[in-house]
Design a protein around this ligand. Structure first.
Ligand code: VGL
Ligand code: ZN
Length: 223
């Protein structure tokens, strides 16, 4: 298969960025200069994803009864709405990236003029969806984005991933990208984690699954 790379920028949205994001990732905003450099490279396809939840989304702590509704702390078990025997344990979050609110916007510093497609995910209130491809249920899958079709239709060989957050949506997007058959690479300095202490472990887990970590360091700066 000929080398035909795509860039997927995951969830570089206001709610994941300081200073005002409801689920701000430390230094999340700082990756945008690296991401914009990536956007200036000749990727065959450049895609930005958006976490895009309804206000009654299952991952919002505010939609669960106290006292077991602590954002960042409480884990809940959710069943596949199409097959209650399949379950997932997942974390509760502050309300974030609510459809048509400022927090769901891509940050304005992002060079959006170079992006070919924007893919929304997480619209089904019944399931969590960290991966930009699909929710984590498989028997059967409940919610799918158009990302896999866009990449396969363009005969993409390699998927380069940047964005937020390294330990959630970047991680699960990379794992699904491998499953879809793409050579999958994460740009190390173009991602940040919700839990910075988890970075090494997440990187090891992804590498074990076949993901390659790459760096833009050493790239020749054209004068
Ligand atoms: C994300 C937590 C909840 C992410 C999305 O984009 O990494 N994290 N929803
Ligand atoms: Zn979310």
């Amino acid at each position: 298969m000929p080398f035909k790379p795509a860039l997927v920028i995951v969830d570089l949205q206001e709610d994941f960025c300081p200073p005002n994001g409801s689920l701000a990732v430390q230094d999340g905003r700082k990756i945008v200069s690296t991401v914009n450099k990536l956007l200036s490279l000749p990727f065959a396809l450049k895609i930005a994803t958006k976490d895009f939840h309804p206000q009654d989304h299952i991952s919002f702590a505010s939609n669960h009864p106290s006292p077991n509704n602590k954002p960042f702390e409480t884990m809940i078990t959710i069943s596949n709405p199409l097959n209650p025997e399949e379950t997932q344990i997942t974390r509760l979050w502050p309300d974030h990236c609510v459809q048509d609110t400022p927090g769901a916007e891509l940050i304005p510093e992002l060079d959006i003029g170079k992006v070919h497609h924007t893919v929304e995910k997480g619209q089904d209130k019944r399931v969590e969806m960290y991966s930009a491809f699909a929710d984590p249920f498989t028997k059967p899958v409940v919610s799918q984005s158009k990302l896999a079709d866009i990449l396969h239709d363009a005969e993409i060989s390699d998927v380069y991933i940047a964005g937020l957050a390294m330990d959630y949506c970047v991680k699960y997007t990379a794992l699904d990208s491998v499953k879809e058959g793409f050579n999958t690479l994460v740009v190390g300095e173009a991602t940040k984690a919700v839990d910075p202490t988890a970075v090494d472990e997440v990187q090891q887990e992804l590498e074990k699954a076949g993901v390659t970590f790459v760096s833009m360091e050493g790239e020749e700066v054209k004068k």
